[in-house]
Design a protein around this ligand. Structure first.
Ligand SMILES: [Zn+2]
Length: 271
């Protein structure tokens, strides 16, 4: 993993430099007029032309504020980066040429507003945030990994999808999340059902789709402040010792990336 981590660090340094430039600014200028007209209406028709559909694939957290720590002490940011990069590549190969990988730096809370600005300034149509899950601290157990006291919880596993009712395109966000969830289910993957349980405390959420695991998370900045449709994917639990290994495998990563691209593709085809 340390080798993998150094590769990730190198890639991050490269992408941090390149991702700060507005992507497709020429195209953005060309289509600004149309977008402006669209955004002025309260319920604009949500169109999708694959080459023009601007998707921002957001790598959850930053190298400094790396999110959760896995059962084997690897930071969530690295998992998010690898998967988000793969999802971006899949979307592009499916014809979504205006897909952009967003890597943000700095501290946690300011980075959330940087993400929102990047999406809104770039006139995104869809903001897709990629994360990996953990559990509340009170559920953590200890074990020894690599000679060090480490934390895990094998109690829960699975992916989950979140949308905010405060997002101006809530209905579209929910539809997209459902389509992605359905594709993940078709791959034989299960969703994390624990978010409805009292044990989750302040992380408890309303389950909007009990078939494919879409939850409501109104207050999340990246979902509520983005002017585009927005979906957050927790791809699986890295604090679960078995699932961490699966999420580290290229097979699982490919499976998730393909499911996400297929879900967004299905959404677009139906517009
Ligand atoms: Zn996260």
């Amino acid at each position: 993993m340390s080798h993998a981590r150094s590769i990730v660090a190198g890639l991050v340094a490269f992408i941090l430099l390149s991702s700060l430039a507005p992507v497709g600014s020429g195209q953005a200028a060309a289509t600004r007029k149309t977008t402006k007209l669209k955004s002025q209406s309260t319920q604009p028709p949500f169109k999708c032309e694959k080459p023009k559909f601007r998707i921002v694939v957001d790598v959850g957290h930053t190298p400094d504020a790396y999110g959760a720590l896995s059962a084997r002490n690897d930071p969530e940011f690295g998992f998010n980066f690898v998967l988000a990069k793969l999802i971006t590549a899949k979307l592009k190969s499916e014809g979504f040429a205006a897909t952009r990988l967003l890597v943000t730096d700095g501290k946690a809370r300011p980075s959330l507003f940087k993400r929102v600005s990047a999406a809104n300034d770039g006139r995104a149509d869809l903001f897709l945030s990629i994360h990996h899950d953990s559990v509340p601290d009170k559920l953590l157990e200890t074990w020894e990994f690599d000679g060090a006291k480490s934390y895990f919880s094998d109690r829960f596993s699975g992916h989950s999808l979140f949308v905010s009712q405060q997002n101006p395109h809530f209905a579209t966000s929910l539809l997209l999340a459902r389509m992605i969830g359905r594709q993940l289910k078709q791959q034989g993957l299960h969703y994390a059902s624990q978010y409805t349980l009292p044990v989750m405390g302040r992380y408890r959420r309303q389950l909007l789709d009990k078939d494919v695991g879409v939850y409501r998370y109104d207050g999340l900045i990246v979902l509520s402040r983005t002017r585009s449709a927005a979906v957050l994917l927790e791809a699986g639990s890295i604090i679960n010792r078995d699932e961490e290994m699966e999420l580290n495998s290229s097979e699982r990563q490919e499976m998730i990336a393909e499911a996400v691209a297929a879900g967004v593709g299905e959404f677009c085809d139906r517009r």
